[in-house]
Design a protein around this ligand. Sequence first.
Ligand code: HBZ
Length: 844
Amino acid sequence: TGKEKWPKGEEEVWKAGMRGVDKDVSDITKSFVNHAQTSLARQAYNLDDFGAYEAAALAARDDLLVNWNETQLNYTRKNPKRAYYLSLEFLMGRTLDNALLNLGLKGEFEEGVKKLGFNMEDLLEKERDAALGNGGLGRLAACYLDSSASQEIPVWGYGLRYQYGIFQQLISPEGNQLEAPDPWLEHQNPWELPRLDVTYEVRFYGHAERSSDGSGRANWSGGQEVMAVAYDVMIPGYNTKTTNNLRLWQSKPKRGFDLNSFNAGNYEAAVESSNSAAAITSVLYPNDHTSTDLANEATVGKELRLKQQYFWTAASLADILRRFKNTGKPITDFPDYAAIQLNDTHPTLAIPELMRILIDEEELSWNQAWQIVTNTFFYTNHTVLPEALEKWAVPLVEHVLPRHLQIIYDINMYFLQAVEKKFPGDRDRLARMSLIEEGYPKQVRMAHLACIGSRKVNGVAELHSELVRTTILKDFVEFEGVSKFGNVTNGVTPRRWLDQCNHELSDLITKTLKIEKKVWLKDLAKLEGLLAFTEDKNFREQWAAIKQRNKERLARHVQTTLGLTVRTDAMFDVQIKRLHEYKRQTLNILGVIHRYLTLKSMTPAERSKCNRKVVFFAGKAAPAYYIAKLTIRLIVNVARVINADADTKDFLQLYFLPDYSVSLAEVLIPASDISQHISTAGTEASGTSNMKFCLNGGLLLGTVDGANIEIAEEVGENNVFFFGHLTPAVEDLRYQHAYHPVPIEQKCPALAKVLNEVSAGMFGDGGVYEPLLNTIRQGDYYLLTDDFDSYIAALAMVDDAYLDRDEWIKKSIRTTAKMGKFSSDRAILEYAESYWNLEQTPVS
Ligand code: HBZ
């Protein structure tokens, strides 16, 4: 109510000590100096840029804390329904700039640190990325947290506090990817609050004994018990007090070490179990789009990943239930107060875990428990690639989580009984839909479990959601009805992906639209107002000048980090994403070689009429993904050859930028004229960098896949460059490859020529690349031979379009203007309204 009596001591004394959010430059400099002096034990004469970053971060953190406290108190008082976003990955990137933007204190901090002799831009560069994710899925989670807070929606994130984030990528002189650890917590992390008092015990192994009383309950005991400790990360919204929470769990041993072994002098044995407990949250798994089964890992590796998943879901559920129980409501009301979103199948064990708690601990009946579970969970699918669908070997689950395996079998039994009732005698259907895949060993199909345990299921772009309905979950649509299977097209936060990374463009937009306080950043449809200025020459010149300065900023970055000189009087063509065959970086590099061969065959006079181009690649390969690593090696070696070729280097340059990250993306994206999103049709669920490029006025070259389709619908087909076969053709083409193969020389001579040059050693030892080239020559699962000619034709159209610079800039403006739909604010509001049934709950 806000009217309760002051809880302790004298109200006035409390209030006099309470801190507000700093607003004046002098408050900020005071706080900065105070932190330098007392938190960091430094003074003016020994404070370097990194120390100054830390002092600024601590000052900002104090301001965040004030809002965070108010927000949490507000939620506790109002007790609205909340959503919990369970994601094994949160790819947050840097925080300071975002915190200052959202607090509305960017200008004040800039001025403050300047007075103290520092330059804000240099300080921001000192922050290390929080890289607790692989790629799109993890970054999406981060954008959704930003939007939830900005839209004042009560959403908490739950994840793991890995000691090591995604590996650091190094490139050897031969062009091989090498992996180094990312010890991101080496320095103190000002953005988290250790909650050493918030802990839960999580059990592994042991045995599960079903009770003989026919209640269906069981007693699970023995095994290993591990503690989960909470670390909270503050998530500020833009231009609001609302500051939500991301809770990350760290594992620690229940007891420091085994005293018996210690007393017997066996120190190794004494610490062994504590090491194994700490190992659970030690490292982020670097595989994307590969189920653990195919990830080339020893059994122990797989077991650790399963333990991560259970550790995190068990701690999160216990925490969510404790919060709910504090309200005193009956457990049957749980789904009215909590919606739990499963980010892919990684947290699916939460389904049998909630069943276990409700049945074994709360003593509900099976049906009551299943009713609660299926009204609580929501499942987002992020891929239809068969090899990426998670499966867990039954013997492994039985060993690590014996009670959960029993529950999974029970769920399966009831489920298949219901299927049998609806489709009597259809044994094939039962086998297809079962939670258990037959084989040696049997496996648990996590997507099936996530699907039947959830209230709703969604894909991440229109085409993808349709593929979910018609391929991997087709039988489930027939059984449960189509209304359970929806779509929420992904989005990206315009705060980070426009205002922060492209401040000049953001300022130009604000000035042009004459909108106070940049409110368009929370109402992105307002960008449409830019359409009225496409014919304004002065506006176009400013637009183009900003793009040019962003290219120069990228060139400076490459110069300082790699010592390479990039020309800025050229078109910048960018492909940045995880390396994967389905994303077809190989198509791009083969296209670059084709361009190089064409340029080589020209006379200088002919060449001088060509469009100058700089091609950038960046992205990591999963450490065990051989073909992806070979693609990197090819790119690096092609770059080495063509950048050194005096005939062509004015017209074509190529760079592979190592160690792709959120902060590198923030420099690359605003500098791009064209970016490539060229997956085989039907394979890229959505893509989100495509949205970021277009938001920054880069044009899109892509296949008719994922969110590319919806981007084209918004900006108009004449403002994007599409090529390649469409999704319905893919299956048939693959069949042709298998049963009626045509030699490449015949099918696609231009590609054959490129492959032959690589084989012949134009870019160093050709033999090295044979395994990569053979993926195209034999089988060609991702259809490079089918799409190569239309790809080359599309690149030519891009060149032609770029030569008419004025028209290009108009396209660029129109593209940005029509990107309103792709704000993650829109996406998160769709989840809140159509899935979670949540309301906006501003801090009053
Ligand atoms: O999720 C990506 C999709 O490929 C992309 O199209 C989509 O835009 C994005 C957001 O919806 N998927 C991933 O990034 N997936 C992973 O990173 C991943 C990580 C661990 C796994 C499996 C997949 O075990």
